[in-house]
Structure formats: C-alpha cells, structure tokens
Design a protein around this ligand. Structure first.
Ligand SMILES: [Zn+2]
Length: 276
C-alpha cells in the first residue's frame, strides 16, 4: 500500500478536528495542543478512492482536509505534498482526485496551491467567472463518475474581474468586446439581482454567483443530484480572499445554521466577517 494512502479513520479524527479548531480560532492561530509546524497525522494525505478497491472517502472528510490545507497555506505553513517525482510516476497509471473544483481562471486563485494539495488531488475546471455551462458540466460529471470524487467545490474569489465586468455592463451599459461578452452574458442574470443588496456590488455578485453555480450543478445534472441525495457527493460553494489567502464556505441562500452545519466544519461558513 502506498504509505501516503488516505486513512479515513485517522483523518476523521485529525484533519476534521484540525479544520474545526483552526477555523474557529481564525487565521494565524495555531491548532490547540500542537505546534504550528508540527504536521497533523494524515491531514494532508490524499483522500483517494475509486477503482483501486477502496471506497471513496466521506465527502465531509475530503472537505475538512481541503480546508485544513488552505489554513496551512494562509499561515505560510504549506507542505506542498505530493509534488515529487515519485508521485508523478505513481499517478502515471491512473488518478483518483478527491476533489473537483470549478474555479475562476484568475492567476491568483490556483486550487492546488491555495489548498496545499498535490499532483492527482484536484480535478480542476477553471474558467473566468466560474460559470457552469454544458462543457464544464460534462467535465465535472466525468470526474465524479470515472473517479468517484466525493467533493465538488465552486470557488469564487474576491475582486473577480469577470464579476466586475458584469457589474459594469449592467450599471453603465458598457458591454465588453469580443467573446468576453459571452462570459458577461452568462453572469448577468446571476449578478443583476445582487446589485440591489447593500455593500460592494462585486462582492455581492461573487457570492450570488457561487450560490447560483452550486445550484446549477445539482439542478442540471441528474447524476450529481442523485449522488448528493445518496450522501456520496457534497457540492459546496466557497470564496477565496485575495488579501489573506483564506477560503470560506458560502452558505446556500436561506440555509439555516442547523442545516448548514451538516455540510461545513465548525466556523467555516461566513469567514471572519460572519457574512453569509
Ligand atoms: Zn475571477
């Protein structure tokens, strides 16, 4: 067995607790009872699963590991796991990514780096504005079906240029040139309702878009919806902060704390501001 194989039991008790502890404590605060530079056993291990005889990991375990990796990154304690030649060679025969990401193409938001993951861990789908279209949906479905990936993360980010361009197009009537207009056209019906909210329109648009794309994945894909209903897949929205490097989960609109608690480690939703 690969020495770095995921141990579900140890991860549930280490990474899950690690994520909850550090999230509750906030950025820069060490996990209680452990020096900041002391690795948590299994916390950065690959939550693999699929056709190798092992069942896919629990979706919540995969999410806890991902968030734990982000906290390492934001503290400046990234371990950069599984980025060596041995991993490259091991993966040449096949992949078992634990997480599927639909993220923005923004050069400042690379999932493997900000989640402190390695080769074979993340099935990336990146597109300016992180919009679900038929091609993206097919790519996400492919990963979930072929590799048994238990977690899909829609990752928006602070000061997203695609969202800003959409806000400008709506408020000033300035449509972008060429094919950038296709992105704005896709985002317009999602961002427009958020413009009536108080606060920064780009920030509100980012959160509205994350929620909309999470809904789209489930509503447009019977495959994904079925796996969610059976507890084999978790689809979550998240926002990346360009200033401090932290990822926080974005609550589904109208969700209650109790309902959301099943999907999120303690303290993960809303970030430091407590925003939804
Ligand atoms: Zn962006």
């Amino acid at each position: 067995m690969d020495p770095q194989r995921w141990n579900r039991r140890s991860l549930l008790t280490s990474a899950g607790l690690l994520a909850a502890t550090t999230l509750a404590a906030g950025p820069g605060a060490p996990a209680q009872g452990r020096p900041t530079g002391d690795p948590a056993p299994g916390a950065d291990g690959p939550p693999t699963g699929g056709d190798d005889g092992q069942p896919p990991p629990d979706p919540h375990v995969a999410l806890a590991a991902l968030l734990a990796g982000n906290r390492r990154f934001a503290r400046g304690e990234a371990r950069r796991p599984r980025q060596d030649l041995a991993t490259l060679r091991r993966l040449a025969a096949g992949q078992h990514p634990s997480t599927v990401v639909l993220g923005c193409a923004d050069s400042r938001v690379p999932p493997e780096i900000l989640f402190d993951q390695g080769l074979g861990d993340v099935f990336d789908n990146r597109l300016a504005g992180n919009v679900v279209d038929d091609l993206v949906l097919g790519s996400v479905e492919y990963a979930v079906r072929a590799f048994g990936s238990p977690l899909v993360v829609v990752l928006g980010h602070e000061r997203c240029g695609a969202i800003a361009a959409t806000v400008t197009a709506i408020t000033r009537g300035e449509d972008p040139p060429d094919h950038v207009g296709a992105i704005v056209a896709a985002l317009r019906p999602v961002v427009a309702p958020a413009l009536v909210l108080p606060g920064d329109p780009v920030e509100n648009g980012c959160r509205a878009n994350v929620r909309a794309q999470v809904r789209a994945l489930r509503e447009r894909s019977p495959l994904l919806a079925d796996r969610v209903d059976r507890g084999r897949l978790l689809i979550v929205g998240a926002r990346y902060d360009l200033d401090d490097g932290l990822v926080t989960l974005v609550r589904p609109a109208g969700s209650t704390g109790a309902a959301w608690g099943a999907a999120a480690p303690a303290g993960a939703a809303g970030g430091r501001t407590g925003r939804p």
